[in-house]
Ligand binder design. Structure first.
Ligand SMILES: [Zn+2]
Length: 424
């Protein structure tokens, strides 16, 4: 199959460039990128007015499969990811059972990865059962396909265990993803995050082994990470769209359980610091921390409702609306933080818009306005804090290895090439 995408605005996050051009997909890879490309027997898609970029990579999702599939499963989670423009997603290990055994991890990966879906990567647990008592078998988990290690949902409880985990992960060339939280402080206290960030920065400095910080939400954490980077300590960091968009003032009265997550929404100074950290490179990437919960769980009062919000279908539009239109990042910078940077963290070959790279691509309309309606989302859960919000930027087409993982009805009805590709 050959698909020639013509006249799109091409975003190359590695080159940090945006320009008009064509792109040819053949046999699952990007065959050529250039001007006025010709290809015999190719299906052609007129993409004038649309933007084409490497498929998005999410380094932090919770797919709830196995064990909690009334919240989400691989099918619904991948449908949501594809509709959001994602072509690779890394699933956290706090499933039931926990991803702490090599055989379970290998079986889960093969069940998750079906033709026409985004690539599902699996993060393995640092400690057995996420209990913080005993390290998992890093080597066996890595050999079975673990992409990274994390006890996400909980911190690695003690400094000696974290130090050992950093060394084991570094020896295997796999990232260690730190859910930085000091459990002896209440989560609402910003220091519960920054105290734990400080600990792991010290351990990274002492061992020389890299640490990656998940869902950074406070000004103090940003300052620590910025200083660590200046000192040459091997740290990277992510934040999530809710932290650069919302503050605790957005919770409402009574507070909305659909805006309850861990770490919690912070103050305006924190939101501002997170934006500045995205702009100056202190925060390397954006991840969704997509965390589905069933409607009846989120219908409980705020104090009882579980932590977590969904994000796969709103994150690109939030980035475009809040960061690009908000003057925080350029379009290539945003796409770097949502594709090339997470791909680099996870050691993936995607995130590039150059000949020879996998044809993992997203086509979107930057200008298209739409309103978030939870009932229209593909995720099995509805717990978004952005219900009713008008956003700018809509995904039209997601290709994974040249195969259609998602196509908007509008593009399908306007394009014979897409109808042919979708088999309708
Ligand atoms: Zn976490």
């Amino acid at each position: 199959m050959k698909l020639l995408i013509q006249g799109a605005k091409l975003i190359d996050p590695i080159e940090n460039s945006a320009r008009q051009g064509d792109l040819l997909v053949e046999d699952g890879v990007i065959r050529a990128v250039g001007d006025c490309l010709q290809a015999e027997n190719a299906l052609t898609l007129d993409a004038n007015g649309y933007t084409l970029a490497p498929g998005l990579v999410d380094a932090h999702v919770h797919l709830r499969d196995p064990g909690q599939t009334r919240k989400e499963d691989f099918e619904s989670g991948c449908a949501a990811a594809a509709a959001g423009g994602f072509t690779s997603i890394a699933a956290m290990p706090n499933t039931s059972p926990v991803m702490d055994q090599a055989a379970l991890l290998a079986e889960t990966l093969s069940r998750a990865n079906r033709q026409g879906r985004p690539h599902v990567l699996q993060v393995a647990a640092v400690t057995k059962g996420l209990l913080g008592q005993e390290l998992t078998d890093f080597q066996a988990l890595s050999a079975s396909g673990a992409i990274a290690f994390s006890d996400d949902g909980r911190p690695v409880l003690t400094a000696p265990m974290m130090e050992q985990a950093l060394r084991l992960a570094a020896a295997l060339g796999k990232p260690l993803l730190s859910h930085a939280e000091e459990l002896s402080l209440p989560g609402i206290d910003p220091a519960s995050e920054s105290v734990a960030v400080a600990r792991d920065i010290c351990l990274a400095e002492q061992t020389g082994c890299p640490v990656h910080f998940c869902h950074i939400s406070t000004a103090a954490s940003v300052r620590l990470i910025r200083d660590a980077k200046r000192a040459g300590i091997p740290v990277t960091a992510e934040t999530a769209p809710h932290y650069f968009t919302l503050t605790r003032e957005c919770l409402g009265t009574p507070p909305d359980p659909n805006a309850k997550m861990n770490p919690p929404l912070r103050g305006e100074a924190d939101r501002k610091a997170v934006r500045e950290a995205l702009a100056d490179g202190t925060i390397d990437l954006i991840a969704t921390d997509h965390a589905p919960h069933a409607p009846e769980e989120k219908a409980q009062p705020f104090d009882k409702a579980p932590n977590g919000v969904i994000g796969l279908e709103t994150s690109l539009a939030l980035g475009l609306t809040e960061l690009v239109r908000g003057g925080v990042l350029t379009l290539p910078e945003l796409l770097c933080k949502m594709s090339a940077a997470p791909a680099r963290l996870l050691g993936l070959p995607c995130g590039k818009l150059s000949a020879g790279s996998p044809a993992d691509l997203v086509l979107f309309d930057e200008e298209r306005r739409w309103t978030v309606r939870p009932e229209a989302l593909r995720s099995r859960s509805r717990n978004t804090p952005f219900a009713g919000r008008e956003l700018c930027g809509a995904v039209l087409l997601t290709l994974v290895g040249g195969t259609v993982a998602w196509c908007s009805e509008e593009l399908k009805s306007n394009s014979p090439a897409l109808r042919a590709l979708c088999g309708v």
